[in-house]
Write a new protein. Structure first.
Length: 106
């Protein structure tokens, strides 16, 4: 689980351990105990992975005017809506990568 330092607690760590999940929660600094260089590097590595997911949700919420509050009756309709939302995002992203010449158009 990747999360910011707001979720750094013994209760959450023990819950993740019970569920056999590896914790990638950021370490938190305090006024009397700043982060060590190793902790800062660890948080930086975790951030590089987390940002890739957070940018997708941010783009969907802000640019596509869609949040995660989908309204439909039935699990199949919700799954279809999420699939179309992801497809739309991927098309926007593909166009952006072609425009910025990071990939060649197929």
């Amino acid at each position: 689980m990747f999360a910011d330092s707001a979720y750094c607690s013994d209760k959450i760590e023990s819950y993740l351990w019970l569920k056999k999940c590896k914790s990638f929660v950021h370490e938190k600094a305090y006024r009397s105990r700043p982060l060590t260089h190793t902790q800062e590097r660890s948080n930086s590595i975790k951030s590089k992975i987390r940002v890739k997911v957070e940018h997708v949700f941010g783009y969907m919420t802000n640019s596509m005017n869609k949040g995660l509050d989908l309204k439909a009756i039935g699990k199949d309709r919700i799954e279809s809506t999420i699939g179309l939302l992801n497809l739309t995002y991927n098309l926007f992203r593909y166009e952006q990568l072609v425009r910025l010449k990071r990939i060649k158009m197929m």
